[in-house]
Structures are given as structure tokens and as C-alpha cells.
Design a protein around this ligand. Structure first.
Ligand code: MSP
Length: 650
């Protein structure tokens, strides 16, 4: 019999900027669900990808002086690299610049046209390029977009329209018949209220944007970026481009996972487009909450994003995946802080899981000759506890309550600890000898409980789970969730701490600098003496370095493209600097008491381009600008005449 299918998707990410924790979250949750469903025997298809067209992208590329496709290619490479690093198991990666996608979009438009739902008219109103969305004047908040507070601009252009208004009643009827379509429940109510408020026809083409999919049969227009983007969920299955076998197998999607900010596009526009094209509707859209920083949504436009590089480099993918799923109640907002991450890392991973594993494994090695116990045992409080925990874990994973599923596993780990204290295997070894059946039973119960814990955490921490299973001498994941899966007399695997304890102080002194320790703009190095002139004697007490050491510092000229003050900071200014790379570099400099952000725009500066990233007042700095420091006041260094961004400084 064919297995039940489970088609899960993430939003496709804009490529005008590099990924941050918010993007990672959606993808990690999707990966966790995909892995969990595969364990449950489903025929899973997991899709992610990138949204590469539109006004925002066109402008970003222009401001960097590169072609939009070149910028997209570079950012896509970073996304793909990041997903590999985070062990994301997507089956496909769709780009809206793929030919297969264009074919899918054209096929959908043809079906909407056949239904008589598209007509030509003239659009006059407000457009937010941050959200790539149209807003009626009545919805603007203080002249900005109501969703994210982005600036809006007045558009007046010829446009193709979609009769969205005709779908108000069909949509409301659909929501009533499928209350499970929108999750969580609060979001369902929001969407229903929005649609009840009335739907206007939607402009679905742009005449002034060139970077997009051409409108079929009308070279003057490109397809509106959300109609383009939403279609990815079926174009990636081959809809409209020949082989429709994947589409037939996996559509309709089981679950579209999205952030709450893009719920309306997925729960109103997308089902209306599909109804118009007479195609089946997805089964569920889940709108998750936001990662906040200082109570505000983390976003590029606010300049308060957390990038994953430093945390991933130091703690690896499992710890980051665990933190995100344990810390956030799926559906609600949560705050991201390095302090919170480190506290959980040390308490739950280094202490909780890591200690339980190393304690039990050390005893198993000592009393079992490097092998799993010679006898299994199912007569134990641990078996009862494990059975109860596995049941709760399944229920909560099915309900996407990941934090509760993980809490359940940690209860089992605590029970193992208490059991070891109570049974005191070292005492049994002393009084009854190491081959005592009682000792073997106690050890088996502990190892088997750890094996079950490893299997249960595998969707969240795949690499750690595989490592722990290997240490336990157990077969690799998925592994059975029935008690008794651990073989007897099997060789235990290699030793090694799963999560070495983090030195919090060292982390902060390396990675994080705050206002109490203002960043000193470095004073430029003394110029190298001219060859003919005698080298001045080094000042007493100044350490000398060789040219090789100096050459390790990559100094380049950059042009400042954007500048703004870091909120709540007197000195810090956040810059986006063109270093001749495909994407702008975010650099934070402590120069705000001498310079105003506006003075910096277009100015050339000298940057240390290969400095490890640092987080200043919650904003990541990926480089350092150079300034002379006179009595603590910064004087920016610049080349003596304009040079191309990225020019090296020696
Ligand atoms: N390109 C559109 C989606 C098109 S889907 C057909 C888009 N892209 S995005 O890159 O801006 O955002 C992608 C996802 O990341 C969204 O689900 C968004 O909610 C999520 N996040 C971006 N910042 C976030 C946080 N600070 N916290 C959690 N997720 C957030 O929208």
C-alpha cells in the first residue's frame, strides 16, 4: 500500500540579504517536522528555496552596482551552505529564477485567465517594497505600511488585476469548513476577520519593474512578486513544466510553514489564486511567531538581526537547533539573546544531557568490559517512565509543541539520574561483583533509557543523536521507540563529551562588546618607512611585528551605502558598506559622537575586512573601520582620491 504523503514547505527567502536567525528558525522547524514524519513512515517531501524577483531585489542590486541575478547567486550559495551546515534535509531547492518556476507561473496565470478572473486596469495607490505589498490609504499608519512600518510610495500605473473580491464568500466558506486550515487558532480568527472586512481586486502585474517574470503575451508587464513567489509550491513539483508526477503525488501540500507576517498572503491570496485556477488547496498553513530583540521583530530594516555564524562556529548546529525549538513556544514570539542561549546550552545540553550520558557510559565501560550489559531487563521504574515519556513525546510532536516534547525527554534524563543515585551501581559492584545480574540490569535500564532519549531528540539534534547512539553501541537512527532495542553484549562506541561546557565569560569577552566597553576605533598603523630612509628606532615598549603578521590583516577601501544610529547607543553607528562584494557588509563603528549618519553616506573608508564578527549592542559587526583617535575622538581614514570599492590597502 502506498505510504501516506506529507508535503511540507518553508517560505522562499528573499535574497537581498544574508540569512539570519529568523529565517533559520522556519527552516529548522520544517526540518524537524520532516525528520519526525519520516521516522513515522510517511512519504515526506520537504521544499525550501529563494524568492529572487521584485522591486526590493532590483533596488538592492542597483545600490550594490551588481546585476540582480549575480546578487541572487551569491546569496543563494550562502543559503545552501548554511542549510548543509545545519543538516537541513530538504528534497528540493526552488529558485524563482528557475525556468521550471516560470513555466509554473505562466500555467497558473493561463488557468486564472481561462476562468475570467484577470482584467486590465489602472492601479493607483500605495506600495511597500519592503513587504512587496499594496495598501489602501486608509490602512497606512502614520504614512507607513501597517504591517512592518516600512516606507510606502504612491504608484499610478497600468496593471493586470485579479478578481479577489469574487472570492470573499468562497474563502469564508472554505475557512468555516476547514477550521484546521489556519493554525494557531488565534491566527485563524485574525484571517477570518480580515476577509470579512472585504476584499478588493488585487493588482497582479507591475509595469515599472523589470526584474521579474514577464507577463505572458505582454512584454510591458512583469508578474506581481507574490503571485510569482506563492506559485513555487507547485512549480517545484513540476506543475506547468511537463512531468507532473511529483505534483500528482504530493499536491495538495500538507503544511505550509510561515512566519505570522506573511500569513495573509498564504491564507487569503494563495487559496484564492488556487480556487481561480481550479486547483486543490493546501491542507494547513501554520503561522509561527517572531524572534524578537529588545522587544522588536528582528529584521534587516531595523538593523537588529542575529546572524548565526558565531554561535554555529562555537557550538555547532545541534545546539542552535535545540535552543530554537526549546526556547520558543511554537506559534508565540520569543526573545533571542546570547545569554539565554548560553544558559540553556550549559544547563540542558552540557549538564543535563551531556552529564547523564557520560555518567552512565563511564559506569557501563567500567563494569561491562567496554560492552553493553550481558542481560537486558524490563522490570524497572525506568521502563514505565520511558513508556510514559515516549507517549507524551509523540503526542506533543504531533501537535507541533516541540518545547513540550523536549521537556518530556529531559524528564526521562532526570529520572535516569535519580535512578543511578538510588541504585548506586558502584555499591552493587563492590558487594556483589561486576558480573552481578542485578548490576547488569541496572546498567541496561540506564543505557536503554538513554537510547530512547537519543532517538527522541534525533529530529531536533540529528548529529548529536547519531553520536550518542554510536557511543551506546546502538544501531543508528531512526531506531525503535520500543523498550528493549539495545542489544546485549555489544561493543560500546568511542568516548567523548557530547557538549563541552561553555565558558560564558570567555564567550562574551571574545564575541560581545557592549557600551560599557566602548569599541575603540583602532588607530591606524604607522606608515612603513620609505626604503631609503633609516628606520626609526621603535618606541620603547612597542612590540614589533613582522610583515607577514601585518599581511594577515585584510585592509580594503569601502564605500558607505547606508548609515544609521544603533538604537539606545550614543556612539554606535550601523553602516552598510560596499566592499566590492556581491552583498553589502554590515559594520558597526563607535564614531557617532563625532559624525552624523548622513555625513557618512557615499564616503570612502578603510575597513579591516577579515576580522571575526562581533556583536555590539545586539547588532552584528562584520568588520571594523579605521580611524585616527585624537583624545578619544575618531577621525576616519580615507584614500586620497576615489578608488573602486574593495581596493586593497597595504
Ligand atoms: N519572500 C517572502 C516569502 C515568500 S513565500 C511564498 C518573505 N521572505 S523573508 O525572507 O522576508 O522571510 C521569510 C520568512 O522568515 C518568513 O516566514 C518570516 O516570517 C521569517 N522571519 C523573518 N524574520 C523573522 C523573525 N525575526 N523571527 C521569525 N521569523 C521571521 O517573506
Amino acid at each position: 500500500m502506498a505510504r501516506e504523503t506529507f508535503y511540507i514547505t518553508t517560505p522562499i527567502y528573499y535574497v537581498n540579504d544574508l540569512p539570519h536567525i529568523g529565517h533559520i528558525y522556519t527552516t529548522v522547524v520544517a526540518d524537524t517536522i520532516a525528520r519526525y514524519k519520516r521516522m513515522g513512515g510517511f512519504d515526506v517531501r520537504f521544499l525550501t528555496g529563494t524568492d529572487e524577483h521584485g522591486q526590493k531585489m532590483e533596488r538592492s542590486a542597483r545600490s550594490r552596482g551588481v546585476a540582480p541575478k549575480a546578487l541572487a547567486d551569491e546569496v543563494v550559495r550562502r543559503y545552501e551552505e548554511l542549510w548543509r551546515r545545519l543538516e537541513i534535509t530538504n528534497d528540493d531547492f526552488i529558485r524563482t529564477t528557475d525556468a521550471r518556476h516560470r513555466a509554473g507561473v505562466h500555467a497558473v496565470i493561463a488557468r486564472m485567465q481561462a476562468k475570467g478572473d484577470i482584467y486590465k486596469g489602472s492601479y493607483e495607490g500605495w506600495y511597500c517594497s519592503g513587504c512587496e505589498a499594496f495598501f489602501p490609504e486608509t490602512q497606512l499608519v502614520n504614512g507607513t505600511c501597517p504591517d512592518q512600518g516600512h516606507p510606502v510610495e504612491l504608484l499610478k500605473e497600468e496593471s493586470y488585476f485579479f478578481r479577489l473580491s469574487a472570492y470573499q464568500e468562497p474563502l469564508l466558506a472554505f475557512y468555516r469548513e476547514h477550521p484546521e486550515f489556519i493554525r494557531p487558532g488565534t491566527r485563524y480568527n485574525e484571517v477570518v476577520r480580515f476577509v470579512e472586512g472585504g476584499l478588493k481586486d488585487l493588482s497582479i502585474s507591475r509595469a515599472t519593474i523589470r526584474w521579474g517574470i514577464g507577463w505572458p503575451g505582454d512584454a510591458e508587464h512583469t508578474v506581481y512578486v507574490w503571485l510569482d513567489a506563492l506559485t513555487n509550491y507547485i512549480s517545484a513539483l513540476g506543475f506547468g513544466s511537463g512531468d507532473a508526477s511529483l505534483y500528482e503525488r504530493y499536491w495538495p501540500a500538507t503544511l505550509h510553514l510561515v512566519g505570522k507576517d506573511i500569513l495573509r498572503f498564504h491564507c487569503v491570496y494563495w487559496p484564492a489564486f488556487l480556487m481561480s485556477a481550479r486547483l486543490p488547496l493546501p491542507r494547513q498553513v501554520f503561522g509561527h511567531g517572531w524572534w524578537l530583540r529588545d522587544e522588536r521583530k528582528m529584521s534587516k530594516s531595523l538593523g537588529n538581526v542575529v546572524r548565526p555564524d558565531a554561535l554555529l562556529e562555537r557550538f555547532g548546529p545541534d545546539a542552535l537547533r535545540y535552543f530554537m525549538l526549546r526556547e520558543m513556544t511554537f506559534g508565540a514570539d520569543a526573545s533571542f539573546s546570547d545569554e539565554g542561549f548560553l544558559a540553556r546550552y550549559n544547563a540542558d545540553l552540557a549538564n543535563g544531557l551531556g552529564n547523564a550520558a557520560s555518567r552512565v557510559l563511564a559506569m557501563a565501560r567500567r563494569y561491562g568490559d567496554g560492552r553493553t550489559p550481558s542481560e537486558s531487563c524490563d522490570d524497572s521504574v525506568l521502563r514505565t517512565k520511558a513508556g510514559e515519556v515516549v507517549g507524551r513525546w509523540r503526542e506533543t510532536m504531533d501537535a507541533f509543541e516541540f518545547h513540550r516534547a523536549l521537556e518530556a525527554v529531559w524528564e526521562l534524563l532526570a529520572a535516569v539520574d535519580a535512578y543511578v543515585n538510588e541504585k548506586a551501581p558502584w555499591g552493587i559492584a563492590k558487594t556483589e561483583g561486576v558480573s552481578s545480574p542485578r548490576l547488569q540490569h541496572v546498567l541496561y535500564n540506564c543505557l536503554e533509557s538513554l537510547r530512547l532519549a537519543a532517538v527522541m531528540v534525533s529530529p531536533v539534534m540529528p548529529a548529536m543523536s547519531a553520536r550518542l547512539l554510536a557511543q551506546l553501541g546502538a544501531p543508528e537512527a531512526p531506531g525503535s521507540l520500543e523498550w528493549g532495542g539495545l542489544g546485549t553484549g555489544q561493543p560500546l562506541g568511542p568516548e567523548g563529551a557530547l557538549f563541552p561546557r561553555a565558558d560564558v565569560e570567555a564567550f562574551f569577552s571574545e564575541v560581545k562588546v557592549d557600551e560599557s566597553k566602548p569599541v575603540q576605533p583602532p588607530v591606524s598603523a604607522p606608515a612603513a618607512p620609505a626604503a631609503a630612509a633609516p628606520a626609526p628606532a621603535p618606541a620603547v615598549g612597542v612590540e614589533q611585528i613582522g610583515i607577514d603578521e601585518f599581511a594577515r590583516v585584510k585592509l580594503v577601501v569601502g564605500t558607505v551605502r547606508t548609515a544609521e544610529r544603533v538604537p539606545k547607543s550614543k556612539k554606535l553607528i550601523r553602516l552598510e558598506v560596499d566592499l566590492g562584494e556581491p552583498a553589502l557588509r554590515q559594520i558597526v563603528g563607535g564614531i557617532g559622537d563625532r559624525y552624523q549618519p548622513e555625513q557618512l553616506l557615499g564616503r570612502q573608508i578603510v575597513v579591516v575586512a577579515n576580522l571575526k564578527p562581533a556583536v555590539l549592542m545586539g547588532v552584528e559587526s562584520r568588520g571594523m573601520l579605521l580611524a585616527a583617535s585624537l583624545d578619544g575622538a575618531p577621525f576616519l581614514l580615507a584614500p586620497d582620491g576615489e578608488v573602486a570599492p574593495g581596493t586593497g590597502v597595504k
